[in-house]
Design a binder for this molecule. Sequence first.
Ligand code: ATP
Ligand code: 6CM
Ligand code: CA
Length: 579
Amino acid sequence: MELLDMDIDPVRLESSLWVGKKRYRAALTGWHLNWTELDKKNRDKKTVSVPVSEVIGVEEGRVQVLPQMSVAEDTDREFTVFYVKRSSSGSPYGLLWRLGRTQFCCPSRDLRDQWMTQLRIALKTHSPSRPHRLLVFINPFGGKKQGRQIYHSLVAPLFELAGISSHVVVTERANQARDHILKKDLTGFDGVVCVGGDGIFSELLHGVIGRTQQEAGLSEHDPSITLQSCDLHIGIIPAGSTDCVCFATVGVNDPVTSALHIIIGDSQPLDVCSVHHCSSLVRYSVSLVGYGFYGDVLAESERHRWMGPLRYDYSGAMVYLSNRSYAGVIQYLPADSQLSSPRDNTRCLSGCSVCSKGTERLFPHSPGARSLYSSHFSQFSSDTEGEWVSVEGRFRAVSLTCMSSSCPRSPLGLSPSAHLADGTGDLIIVRDTHPLGFLTFLHRHTSTQDQFDLPFVDVHRVKAVRFSLPTGEEEDRDEERERVNDGGMTEEGKRPSRSGSHKHLVERGEERGQKDFLCGLCCSKAPTVSVWNCDGEILPHTEISCRQEEARSGGNILANEGAITRVNNRYNSNIKLFF
Ligand SMILES: Nc1ncnc2c1ncn2[C@@H]1O[C@H](COP(=O)(O)OP(=O)(O)OP(=O)(O)O)[C@@H](O)[C@H]1O
Ligand SMILES: CCCCCCCCCCCCC/C=C/[C@@H](O)[C@H](CO)NC(=O)CCCCC
Ligand SMILES: [Ca+2]
């Protein structure tokens, strides 16, 4: 054994150890654990190097973890190291992470104890941002209803190995997770984790943002202030139907990959968009705020929840066949085109330079200060009207997305070059076109072909969007008013409950019925107003204003190593909000 004293990256421990029948020279420096196979003449062969920050745990003996933690043998001289292992499979946008395991055998028990102690000290020293205690919400009805099983068989053993204690709540109703975060004592928790899809993630998002504002004495509805940054991190274990937020941040929707990211304390700031109606906050969105096609698909799919994830394919086909377009007025505030563009062919990864620059430029002030841009966003202020661009017409789809919104259905997403945390969103306007044109547009989401390179599609990088119905559409306004009254908004202007929006949806569904889709097909009277899909929830309003905000950079964004595998899914919710 040799101990070297160096200022930077000191070697703390180096010894000759055995892995199986082969002899290795193992070295623990401050930052890495390396082991190099030695041949009979003591010459180096292959080296494996694991950053200490990616070591998941160290156990005495020969241990295995999945499916259950068990000690196969403990001869007093052995220890097992678990670490992040990047698999060669995944999607082109992110690799799967797996639990690597190597069992070392030492010449003596003393040396084994020394290795165990040093590794544990190194872990503590070099992984300060790891969570110790997590509050986990499982939606037992998300996706294929596998949430509980996924958590208990794949995730809990990893948390246990990493020394994370978790308090698990299996939800019994929609919005339980949100209400828990808003009202219960969260002292001691380093983060909240959801096991489910984008809907339960959205509950956590609303809970975390809402609670932070409550504690800071700020009103989420006040359009003129910049809301307080959130300290509590959110993690996602994907077990939903679309898993868009997980896929767009990690590059894959895989529970083990996400659990490992959470354990090592990865974090990624995320833009949030606030959606207002008149002067009330309606919801926050991180993914899609979509009218027309995506609103109709969601409304239709809610009536077929029993189909599970397939409901979107079925509803997508039905809505496509109904061949609808809707009249509207879109106004948007363009973002600085010098910084980035939705067609610059870049891909946002952890540590993205565009996101870092955007944050510095937009948020030089401290949290809680009055918004730099509040005048731009005061609902219909006249002093800045000049900067807004207005488009009126009939649209197949109007979509605003803060991030790429990639998902297994669309691996590059709604806007492949959108950024996760730059304070902007991409507004995609699909004007009315013939059915084949629209099919081409949809189909391009499933390939690498550019969906914006079509004559009826426009895409703009924006800071804010407003949508209204054209003047003179009295019938539509009446319909909207009716829906607003039934739409689940409480008197205090709180956000609509899922049951509220669902009620509206069922009524609307009954009102339109299957007949309407067929009507759409044969060109008789089809509905003139669509609904907004906000991250998979239906909004109870047609006329809305959306404003992008952004996360402050900071936290512990890891340097990108040239592969998307370092994209993370713990949200450093230094998120700043809006309107
Ligand atoms: N116990 C529960 N019973 C009924 N609904 C619930 C329960 N827990 C959570 N929910 C609601 O279920 C909705 C859907 O959940 P989730 O997002 O987890 O799955 P999904 O819709 O299949 O996935 P995705 O959103 O990725 O398409 C969410 O809006 C959430 O509020
Ligand atoms: C000819 C082939 C046509 C194929 C068309 C594929 C188009 C796929 C685009 C996928 C876009 C996903 C946007 C993400 C939205 C999520 O925030 C939201 C919540 O989970 N999901 C939906 O609303 C679910 C919406 C599902 C829409 C299909
Ligand atoms: Ca963005």
